[in-house]
Design a protein around this ligand. Sequence first.
Ligand SMILES: [Zn+2]
Length: 510
Amino acid sequence: MAFFSVVYCLCYWRFVPNLSWLNTAPSIMIEEALRLQVEEECLKIGCCVRCARRFTGDRVLDNYVKHTVESDATQADDEPPAKKAKGELCIFCFGVLAPGDIEDIAMKAVASLTEADYDDPVFTTTLSMPVCNLVRDKSIYVHLGRTVAGYTDQVKFLHLLPLKDIWKHLINGSIAKGSGKSADNGYNAELMVNVEMAYRGDRREMEVISKLRPELRGPVTRTTADSTLESSTEAALVRCLRLPPGPPVAPPTYQLSCLRNAIFVAGRYNKYSRTMSQTPWTVDGARRTESSLQERITDRLVQLTRSAGVRFSASGREDVDVRTLGRGRPFVAELTDPHVTLLTPKDLLELQREINAAHPEVRVRDLQLVTREQTAHLKSGEEDKTKSYTALVQSLSGPVSADKLYSLADHKELVISQQTPVRVLHRRPMATREKTIHWMKAEPISDTLFKLHLQTQAGTYIKEFVHGDLGRTEPNVGTLLGGTFDILALDVESIELDWPPAMPENDGDT
Ligand SMILES: [Zn+2]
């Protein structure tokens, strides 16, 4: 007995992930005689052998792999769960820990992974149980406390293992073997096999929560069920719970799905077209433009990574008729549920060349994989960024002398006041904003036409600065030069955002 306790204790300490609670309860070990008693009682009330072990407080996951009790082996290993009489289903896990169910679900998971053909070599599993499992957990615990002397005192600090941890440990090996991937028993893998258990009696069994907390309104969630059960007195639990819980009213059903966390591809783009929108442009469900810049970049990415979808974001946006030149505008494509994730810089460079060859009006550079955290750079300091533009401006009020045009360069750090432009009023709230024109310089083309080069604070409406927007932008080119002006074309020359970093492979390709 003493030897056992020492061994048990050593194993126990090795496998406890969080020891902080031990500070308050330094020497709790369930005694062997009590352990046997607990197991016997659990089996009697209808727990499977693994759940019986769990209620003894055993936290050594490997102990759950062994089958030591005869009854477990006879529990219809090869029979599908639906065919089992309901009396045979474990009253706690509903059979999800039974070898038959474990193998059955593992086989389905392997088939699913094989069919989906994810290239991620590591997976993890998640199990979602019906909420009434919490009620049953509490009910068995209270029952054991009332029937096995000393149980509550010895087990209350042991933190019974979560059912899903035991399940994960049992099933991961089989899935790993069948799929050729390695299993992550923690929570760090990006590829997940999610198993959701549904149980017909769940709602009915949850009614007890409303009995325990009559003031509760709205649907009972896992969190409210948990807090209600934890905060109820033993007397209330004894009064309201069925002790021990009865057999499940029906076998559970399982839904299995695989999901790979998103990957993020960042880069910069140039747009050389004055008829292409950045994102698909639809009005009342009808497309206004044939294709968008976003689709030209992401269609191939989605195809290459075999993703379920894509979310495209860029550092600002240009109008349909505005080109983006220079080193381009930074963007990020978030690819959801990608099946191909092991992309090398060479793969991305090849993809970049493909996109650039297919669409002469779009050019991408610096394509690279980034983390979710790094994508925050795209939006950071959005207001402080500066952008450079070239506008083609026409005088509508007669010739303007070159000297007058050159005088525009005298205005440095010019603060202008802009009301929300008429053309975007339908989607932006009415507001007046101050923006800074850092510098500007005119380049005459004819006596009524000139190029205006300017650098401004991000968010400045350039078109309105040129034509004045019926006096809603002040001062504007018209008030500065005296006359009426219109903008014929606009190019974004550069966006001062030093992210994503330039890729060295691109040097000879720009
Ligand atoms: Zn069980």
